[in-house]
Design a protein around this ligand. Structure first.
Ligand SMILES: [Cu+2]
Length: 507
């Protein structure tokens, strides 16, 4: 019998996909790159390297970056990130088999994680799979995910924060037949926007952690970059656009809204399109989360502008104590922009008028199934307490162990479970964006919600927990057994050990 996922993959790419992936144990765990069975549809090389990038006027900034090269496939599979430090945007279709050669030309070890993708454990970029400087790692997997906006970034233990901050990140877009039938905006009207914050020294060098407190709150910059550019401005035409927004920041939380007060039209989340569009005054986006917006500039005149902003959000004393008026004085590269401070993110200006007849569909995608009753632990959810304890990030009082798994972190392949993440708050009270590797989950509920503006709909792989909140998630462990991570995606917290393995045991 085929399971649901196999059927999806089968529909995407023909019968061969049953043999080649998403197939629950059919595919062997370790195999050579030259394995004749795996015939990639798309083959890429990504080289992590030290480079320079002109971000601010004057001296170029030393950065770490992914440089891409297409080996097999069409030009649309690999799109340069407009000369920014970001890695190229990878575009693939569901059901395609891809091979990616990762070359580590950094001065330290690294590995790439495919954030949000459902791939075998040994293709997921677990920190135990890091490769040293000068070495290569070959990824091979079939893309089984729904159409959506995913991303890739490094995942070495205790070095994810600095490596992502240095510039290592890129967008990974999946398309499929279901999405294509909707005729959403494509090409230059389908815009990935990666939002990050950075801090620069007088010589334009990037400044990372300068104070131990910054590790606890998470690093906060004082300049907002979009697609690697400060003061992001873009000329558009008067028609609808699809904006794929990724919070690629180490720890900053955004409270997205349009500056003129008109509502956001949300069409997608981490794991792809929602069942139908949602209209919201604002959307809170934690680190690593994505949101897709339908940005309709029709009806605007030439020269008119629309600005995407982050509205003020009161994130408590820890977000501001090191900012203006806070306990710390001026420091190298200026002060923090406090987490929750308001600012402009991206400006769109109508360069010319366009009469494109593009309609927002009323129905976007099949709704996620309601499988709550099928959860094997529906009466006793698995609980995870997230906390910062004496400068250590802990989950159920444990820090990360490279291959360590506790008894209560073992799940069974082919089952569904309810997981509960709990952020008790206390001191220090900090937000924690929790990410689970290897799958997309659903948010069943949120207790003690501090704010409006959470987007707990559709498929998710990262969920933001403010102090005092608890969320219930519906998890489904399918296709792949082995060791996967769950962790806080505040990258400083992750590097401080707020990360654990869970083990999917084959039945
Ligand atoms: Cu955290």
């Amino acid at each position: 019998m085929l399971n649901r996922r196999e059927l999806l993959c089968l529909a995407g790419s023909g019968a061969i996909s049953l043999m080649a992936g998403c197939g629950g144990g059919i595919w062997p765990h370790a195999y050579a790159a030259e394995d004749v069975i795996f015939q990639p549809d798309v083959e890429l090389a990504l080289q992590a390297t030290v480079a320079e990038n002109a971000i601010l006027p004057g001296r170029p900034t030393p950065v770490w970056t992914y440089q891409g090269r297409l080996i097999k496939g069409d030009a649309w599979h690999l799109i340069d990130a407009e000369e920014s430090y970001l890695g190229p945007t990878i575009r693939v279709r569901r059901g395609q088999k891809i091979r990616i050669h990762f070359y580590n030309e950094l001065p330290e070890e690294s590995i790439i994680h495919w954030h949000g993708l459902h791939v075998p454990a040994d293709m997921d970029g677990h920190p135990r799979d890091v490769i040293p400087s000068g070495r290569k790692f070959t990824y091979e997997f079939e893309v089984c995910n729904r159409a959506g906006t995913y991303w890739y970034h490094p995942h070495p233990h205790q070095r994810t924060g600095p490596q992502v901050y240095g510039g290592l990140a890129g967008v990974f877009i999946v398309s499929d037949d279901e999405e294509e039938a909707l005729h959403l905006p494509t090409d230059e009207f389908d815009l990935p926007l990666v939002i990050q914050d950075r801090r620069f020294a007088d010589n334009n060098d990037l400044i990372y952690l300068t104070h131990p407190m910054e590790r606890m709150t998470g690093f906060l910059g004082n300049r907002i970059l979009v697609n690697g550019r400060p003061r992001y401005r873009r000329e558009v035409v008067s028609r609808p656009y699809r904006l794929r927004i990724l919070n690629g920041s180490n720890s900053r939380i955004y409270n997205l809204a349009w500056s003129d007060g008109r509502p956001l039209t949300v069409i997608g989340t981490d794991g792809g399109l929602l069942p139908s569009p949602l209209v919201r005054p604002n959307v809170i986006l934690g680190p690593a989360e994505r949101v897709e917006l339908w940005a309709d500039f029709s009806g605007m005149d030439k020269g008119d502008e629309a600005t995407l902003v982050s509205r003020a959000l009161d994130l408590g004393p820890l977000s501001t104590m090191m900012g203006p008026g806070g306990m710390r004085g001026p420091r190298r590269g200026g002060r923090f922009l406090p987490n929750g401070a308001p600012f402009a993110i991206a400006n769109f200006k109508i360069a010319h008028l366009d009469k494109a007849d593009v309609q927002l569909p009323e129905r976007l995608a099949a709704p996620p199934p309601d499988e709550t009753e099928e959860a094997v632990n529906r009466h006793t959810p698995r609980r995870f307490h997230i906390a910062m304890n004496h400068m250590r990030g802990v989950i159920n009082n444990r820090v990360f162990e490279m291959t360590g798994v506790a008894e209560d972190e073992v799940v069974k392949l082919g089952t569904q479970e309810i997981w509960e993440f709990i952020n008790r708050g206390g001191m220090p009270a900090l937000p924690h964006p929790m990410h689970v590797h290897g799958l997309q989950f659903r948010v069943l509920g949120r207790l003690g919600a501090l704010y409006d503006g959470y987007l707990d709909k559709g498929w998710k792989d990262t969920v933001l927990l403010m102090p005092g909140e608890r969320v219930r998630l519906m998890m489904r462990f399918e296709d792949y057994d082995g060791l996967f991570l769950y962790h806080c995606h505040n990258l400083e917290h992750e590097d401080m050990g707020m990360m654990r393995n869970y083990y999917v045991r084959a039945a």
